[in-house]
Unconditional design. Structure first.
Length: 541
């Protein structure tokens, strides 16, 4: 297929997408959009004397309850849960010893970060969302805004409550969320008039010293993904507990959480003799048990949001489900073998017993338990049992085109082509003069699994040694990055597919024929140094 044909096909596909969307939108008319800006529940508090009450009974969003016809076209899996009145505790933020820290939240949430009297950070996150925040006022109050707001009902509003018990059974760090209603307080209006009377998830925000909290790993210093990645790319003495992270990621897949980008993680750090050891703390579990159904939502998912996979009894297409987590998975998990993935899947299967799952469901409010627990528990048990057999699809997806990074310190990369065509990669920490210190990375990439392999030295004075006398079908590209690098070819006459890219400033290219060298003054920034590597990741505080 030539370039013109490819462009024509891409344009045709785009036209079909937008035509289908255009035809669907008029059918959204007839919906009242008076509630698209609502995020609180103040209208339900009349007569409850909420100022003096420790508990109230409210529904998070009664407006999500729709007719059966509406559900056919726009989905209806969790609407009953959003509309169900539930008894919940109240919180009088500033009169209970909390002090303001900052406002936060993504494109849909309203979050209020506070300190308690001991200096620990907490966040009050709106359970209901306002996706219309990203739209103009005109669109937000049109059928477009109504449709977006209506689809918030695809999320299970009480899902995060069920996760701590299962996380404890698996040895995964976690927060301990609680559903509360924020008491009306005029002082809150200076931050947002949405907070008074809002149902929120009160959640510990892991940051800095958490040594008192077992469920956060008793770490003396919890940090965000940006700081963790910055350290990981700059210092080869620091490392992530990759098997711990793998277990967390497999649990994500089990509960159907598709929103696992870098900002939805915090990192418990532990001092080593040199550098830091990091263990993952997952947070913001709003999309566990997510279920998007209905005629029009399924069209939108098919055309634009393939990672919005519904929580069925069978595990979904894991490549699509994990779209937002792929880059972090590839970075942190490339050194693990398929045996590690299968073994960890079986560990989860053994540790997450039926009794643990059933116990976790009781963390839902009683009114919600009766409506939802049996269905969720049945699906979890089935997905758990499928995990060891289905996880290889995602592992093979990550191994197809992996990238192996060095750091801004000095490393020696050894790349050996084995007699069966596999490629063994070892990375050693070195002194500035090249003297070996210790092994950092050791992985053999199988030619049946890996089509392209990239090695990125980043900054520092790195050396790359190519050994072996066999062919491999794996296309290998080596990026020297910043610093004075050495490329040493010990193949007599390599006839494989290996490309070396680096600046010519101080680098030594001692390579024979068969290796294609590309010297450039315009290097690929994402493989140049630690700061360049960070642009690959989706990070904010």
């Amino acid at each position: 297929m030539n370039l013109n044909q490819r462009q024509f096909n891409n344009n045709s596909i785009s036209k079909i997408k937008y035509t289908l969307l255009f035809l669907a939108l008029p059918l959204l008319y007839g919906c009242s959009n008076q509630w698209v800006d609502k995020i609180n529940q103040r209208d339900q508090l009349q007569g409850q004397n909420v100022e003096n009450a420790d508990e109230v009974v409210v529904a998070i969003r009664p407006e999500y309850r729709k007719s059966k016809v509406h559900e056919v076209f726009f989905g209806g899996k969790y609407r009953e849960l959003w509309a169900q009145p539930v008894k919940m505790q109240t919180i009088d933020v500033f009169n209970q010893g909390y002090t303001f820290r900052k406002l936060s939240g993504g494109r849909q949430s309203f979050n209020l970060q506070v300190y308690d009297s001991a200096g620990n950070q907490f966040v009050l996150r709106s359970i209901d969302k306002m996706p219309t925040k990203v739209l103009s006022p005109f669109l937000a109050h049109s059928f477009v805004g109504e449709a977006l707001k209506d689809q918030v009902s695809s999320g299970h509003p009480y899902a995060p409550l069920t996760l701590p018990i299962m996380s404890d059974a698996l040895g995964i760090y976690h927060t301990n969320p609680k559903v509360v209603l924020i008491k009306p307080d005029p002082e809150l209006n200076q931050y947002s008039n949405n907070f008074p009377g809002m149902v929120a998830m009160l959640e510990h925000r892991p940051d800095e010293d958490q040594s008192e909290f077992d469920y956060l790993g008793n770490s003396k210093n919890v940090i965000g993904s940006q700081n963790m990645l910055d350290d990981l790319f700059k210092d080869n003495d620091s490392e992530v507990d990759t098997k711990n992270f793998l277990k967390s990621r497999l649990f994500d897949m089990l509960i159907g959480d598709w929103s696992r980008h870098e900002s939805n993680w915090r990192w418990a750090s532990y001092e080593k003799d040199k550098g830091e050891l990091y263990k993952a703390i997952p947070r913001d579990r709003d999309h566990a048990y997510y279920y998007m159904d209905g005629f029009f939502p399924n069209i939108i998912r098919f055309l634009f949001k393939p990672h919005f996979r519904s929580f069925h009894e069978d595990l979904p297409n894991l490549k699509k489900l994990n779209r937002s987590g792929k880059k972090l998975d590839m970075l942190l998990l490339s050194g693990l073998d398929s045996e590690d993935w299968v073994a960890m899947s079986n560990t989860i299967k053994d540790q997450l017993t039926d009794e643990v799952i059933d116990s976790a469901m009781h963390a839902m409010p009683e009114e919600i338990y009766e409506l939802s627990a049996a269905n969720i528990a049945k699906k979890l048990k089935n997905r758990r049992d499928q995990l060891p057999d289905k996880i290889m699809d995602y592992y093979l997806y990550l191994m197809k085109e992996p990238v192996v990074y060095g750091t801004d310190k000095h490393e020696r990369f050894e790349l050996e082509v084995l007699n069966n065509g596999d490629v063994k990669v070892q990375i050693y920490k070195t002194k500035k003069d090249g003297e070996l210190r210790h092994l950092l990375y050791d992985k053999t990439f199988k030619h049946q699994e890996t089509k392209k392999l990239k090695l990125a030295g980043l900054a520092g004075n790195d050396s790359f040694h190519f050994t072996g006398k066999y062919r491999t079908p794996i296309k290998i590209t080596v990026y020297g990055g910043a610093g004075e690098d050495a490329f040493i070819n010990e193949w007599d006459d390599y006839k494989g597919k290996l490309i070396v890219k680096d600046t010519d400033a101080g680098s030594d290219f001692s390579v024979n024929k068969g290796i294609k060298v590309k010297e450039t003054e315009d290097p690929d920034v994402e493989y140049f140094d630690a700061n360049g590597a960070l642009i690959n990741y989706y990070i904010w505080d």
